[in-house]
Design a protein around this ligand. Sequence first.
Ligand SMILES: *Cc1c(COP(=O)(O)O)cnc(C)c1O
Length: 430
Amino acid sequence: MTSGPDYGFDTLQIHAGARPDPATGARQTPIYQTTAYVFRDADHAAALFNLQEVGNIYSRLTNPTVAVLAERIATLEGGVGGVCCSSGHAAQIMALFPLMRPGCNVVASTRLYGGTVTQFSQTIKRFGWEAKFVDFDDTEALAAAIDENTRAVFGESVANPGGYVTDIRAIADVADAAGVPLIIDNTSATPYLCRPIEQGATLVVHSTTKYLTGNGTVTGGCVIDSGNFDWSASDKFPSLSAPEPAYHGLKFHETFGPLAFTFHGIAIGLRDLGMTMNPQGAHYTLMGIETLSLRMERHVANAKKVAAWLEADDRIDYVTYAGLPSSPYAGRVAQHYPKGAGALFTFAVKGGYDACVSLVNSLEIFSHVANLGDTRSLIIHSASTTHRQLTTEQQEAAGAGPNVVRVSIGIEDADDLIADLDQALSKATA
Ligand SMILES: *Cc1c(COP(=O)(O)O)cnc(C)c1O
């Protein structure tokens, strides 16, 4: 089925991008477990290599199973095209790569997934790229941080580790005025809770490892393009607007129009960076996506119940969940995230570091893991794990102080999750 604009989300999450297999009639999308594809003849091969005809050459660039997933996610996000890759972190590099050059910078939110903070503040420097971090609630500071070398603005819709939701429209207005694209990491919200392109984002990135797959089986990522950015309006984006020597001087934007970013992602990004998603992984994610809306509804309902119970418990200092009526972001959630603020949040336990360690050791249903967006409920004590190399001040600035744990609420019975937290908190604060 191609993406009929009239179909609802529940229909598209099952059908978009997929069609019965032309060779066998198989109803489910087959896993095309192949490295290469036979050319019809030498002219066909030449046309493919010149990008004059679209088709499969080699699975580092394209694969039919992976292509169904890319089209599925692009449709759910309301984008024109997408590129799948090997992880969420790969997707972030793939999104920045066509935009950046040595000496260029990305202006990023201070509230990001910890791994993204490390990737942006440390690793991208090796490419000669720089990240500047600003508070996205301060749009004036954001506007001031954008300079003539800025090539992207980057934030998360519902920001890890929870408790913060971005006013994407307000951020998009600032990026638009400066003539730079806005990239939104929509991993924690998923297109069911938030569609960043409708609110003005240029590109959307995902760690498909999380809710899109939904069951903690495979890592993957994708970059979705809105098709709305005019890459030729300035000379800031020569990868997309200027002649590409590796394809006989072809100009991606002129040749492919709104699909320029997607074609560049495949023909240059995957070809040369090689951060390819494998078809087996795409299959697991396609299975997961079929039930995305059902899972997200339950994730949100459970998160609301568990967060409200924790907030009322006197062993807890505070709960940072944007889905709570007491959250400073409650108004923003009602306006921009009417289906909910996700299922990821932190809470602070009276008794500090030791009580948190005891809590994670005493839980029976919750798993102590460095992951989120699984059907299972997950918990992590950041100060003793992901953030243990940081000073206490740095941990607190990241919302991961010694007394704080992060939970990713699953789709089990909420009452069982509450009972599990209750018994473990009794042990932890005894
Ligand atoms: C997990 C995650 C990433 C990184 O994704 P990987 O698939 O682990 O590489 C990026 N952003 C957010 C919000 C995440 O949760």
